[in-house]
Design a protein around this ligand. Structure first.
Ligand code: AMP
Ligand code: ZN
Ligand code: FE
Ligand code: FE
Length: 294
């Protein structure tokens, strides 16, 4: 039997290529039983995805991915089993999304100042939801400035590149609290890519104390050795080892939808933890002032 679970995917609500409906249709075609949609800083794809999932008899987990910055490092926090309709949660997520829009605009300005003629209008057409660098990369490819998305990142919009602008600086701990404010389960995404295994040991104690529930151990391209190492760390901190592909559609991440084995135990443990929180009044969250640029 092939893989039946994917807990890390993106749609057109952020920087994925397929709409939530198309994503679920593909999941159905390849025989997935459980899917989580985890768009960057938005839950706008979740209603459509969950109704399509119901239709296709796929177990759907509403999620999000929040990118946070720590100095020159990034930490991405996934949130699962969110009560995402909570108004206060939506308000904060909207602030993050607005910041993404302004940052995208600024990156286009920088490109223009460097003589690269792509328009914000076109980027906005490509981005149907939350704006991300992949949308700008696509506009650069379209305009013939670069040959590929990865060349766009390498030459213009990757960290330390001439048109890179940092995101709104939310600290990892704030992302955790934000997810908890919707009774969601915070999970550290792709811990070896970001933050890196050494940083991980520096950060985990504080994050676990703040309610971190899991660690993405079965991630897209990770080797068996990576996986074992992360499972051991998850055990050590009593975290749920979760997993997924980070599927965005062709050209953005290498692993195809459902292309990574994730054990059913991950889903069972997430649901068990979510059931304990369901219906309870979550801790309130107030958006802190942005972390100062170093
Ligand atoms: P943003 O959240 O706008 O900073 O964009 C980050 C997203 O861009 C990541 O989540 C990836 O999906 C994608 N990305 C980052 N680096 C690369 C790269 N070198 N090539 C292709 N996609 C990338
Ligand atoms: Zn992305
Ligand atoms: Fe990520
Ligand atoms: Fe992702």
């Amino acid at each position: 039997m092939g893989n039946v679970i994917d807990l890390h995917t993106h749609s057109t609500a952020s920087d994925g290529i397929y709409t939530p409906t198309e994503l679920l249709q593909q999941a159905h075609t390849i025989g997935l039983r459980v899917l989580a949609l985890t768009d960057h800083d938005t839950t706008n794809g979740l209603d459509e995805a969950s109704s399509m999932a119901r239709h296709l008899n796929i177990d759907f987990i509403p999620g999000i991915e929040i990118n946070t910055d720590v100095g020159n490092n990034e930490i991405h926090v996934l949130g699962y089993c969110l009560e995402y309709q909570r108004p206060q949660f939506q308000q904060v997520v909207q602030v993050l999304r607005d910041a993404r829009t302004r940052r995208g605009e600024r990156m286009v300005e920088l490109l223009n100042e460097q003589g690269i003629p792509i328009s914000w209008k076109r980027v906005r057409q490509i981005a149907q939801g939350a704006v991300g660098r992949p949308h700008i990369a696509k506009a650069l490819v379209e305009a013939g400035i670069v040959q590929s998305i990865s060349e766009a990142f390498d030459r213009y919009i990757g960290r330390n590149c001439p048109a890179y602008v940092p995101r709104y600086k939310l600290a990892p701990i704030d992302a955790l609290h934000l997810i908890r404010s919707a009774n969601g389960l915070p999970v550290l995404a792709h811990p070896i890519d970001l933050p890196g295994i050494d940083e991980l040991h520096k950060w985990l104690p504080e994050l676990v104390k703040a309610g971190l529930a899991g660690l993405e151990a079965y991630y897209g391209p990770y080797t068996e050795k990576d996986e074992q190492q992360l499972r051991a760390i998850a055990d050590q901190y009593h975290l749920i080892p979760t997993g997924g592909t980070d599927f965005h559609g062709p050209g953005i991440h290498p692993t195809p939808l459902g292309g990574r084995f994730v054990p059913l135990e991950a889903v069972e443990r997430l649901k068990e933890a979510a059931a304990k929180l369901k219906g309870s009044e979550p801790p309130a969250f107030v958006l802190p002032a942005p972390v100062e640029e170093k």
